[in-house]
Design a protein around this ligand. Sequence first.
Ligand code: NAD
Length: 438
Amino acid sequence: MVVETNKVSVKPSVVSRPVQSGMLGTGLAQLESAFDLLDLNPGLRAIIRQPERELTVSIPVVRDDGSLSVFTGFRVQHSSARGPCKGGIRYHPIVDLDEVRAMALLMTLKSAVANVPFGGAKGGGAVNPGELSEAELERLTRRYAAMIFPILGGKRDIPAPDVNTDARTMAWIMDTVSSLTGYMATESVTGKPIALGGSQGRTEATGRGVAIAAVELLWRLGRSPRGATIAVQGFGKVGRHAASILRDEFWCLVVGISDVGGGFHNPSGLDVPSLSAYARRNPGGSLAGYPHGYEIDEISNAELLALDVDVLIPAAIEGQITGENAANIRAGAIVEGANGPTTFDADQILRERGIPVLPDIVANAGGVIVSYFEWVQDLQSYFWDIQEVRTKLGTWMGKAFEEVWAVAAEREVDLRTAAYLLAVDRVANAIQQRGFFP
Ligand code: NAD
């Protein structure tokens, strides 16, 4: 059976079940399928399966009351074949080495799909930042940065914000790296405050890229974005900007929004600016307690995922669309704002149901694209205005989308498999052309 998804026909079940569970298992299973379709030689497969370097560090932090806590941190560099390693740092209580490995692999593939000259890395601290004061968080961040300093640097590995980290976190890391190197190393992190060499448009970049990707997909599926209905899970750095830009610049109707505490639904469209303003004022950016009229329903995250919309944008955390709830999805298409929001089982079900999924390594590549712009600006100490950043981001996102779409059409595969094919081919090519040291 071949499922017709408008112009792209998709052969179902091209990916075999992962031998390992979780996000890493899913990523590796996708990788194996791309290896087979590319008929890649065993040596290159072995190199790409493994991260190049992994560092686990213990981070002692003096608490405000004088006691000592020790946290665990990770930095995994998956590949530097195409350029310096690049990837975010997240703080979350359940961060572990396998999750960081999975996200480092995704970063290698994302940089390759976007065709920015970076490899892939990811970092994380197993900590609940809500339980630390600002001063404790700063001490934690600086000690973590110092512990991974030997493998960081603008030509080696460049962190960026991710879940529960932001421009302030990047400022602390840059200052720590700068103190240890002896010069202001602006190129050592991206997503910094503008005053410290950050780029215009970096804060909104991932969400803007997700919005651009959703619009491209809608057009390809024969639907105008004007009036198209959108549901967004997660109202943080990615979800908030994606929702605002889709509404304000592309005339979409954002009918559902949720965060960790629950969500809101209005079939006539939600007032995104008012939700954003409320979240900005609330501790932790939460939507809890948003005052609303009778026309808005309060809904759970499960209900948000099941809304009958043109595009569903999971932009919160991984593993949200699963084998258990994939059958309830009524969206016409899914655009992955988060990293790894769709589990392996869910992906199979959605593929069989003919629901196109634009994968994370394309859909949320806007962040790494503008991180690349920021790095270029830092290296030149010459800064662009917001319009230049936005125009260039539009061009780069559009190109990545086009290339993935073309591979999907040519190879008759789904969009995730197409993105993996494009990325793995680029990474493998770089490895082969560089040759093997010594
Ligand atoms: P964030 O911390 O700013 O926001 C996360 C949002 O998700 C919050 O609104 C939070 O309430 C919500 N959330 C958390 N757990 C949830 C749950 N169980 N159910 C529903 N909502 C939940 O994080 P972010 O930077 O917006 O990142 C979101 C996702 O996008 C992550 O997967 C991240 O890896 C990915 N991503 C981020 C960037 C970036 O530039 N920030 C780039 C690429 C990918």
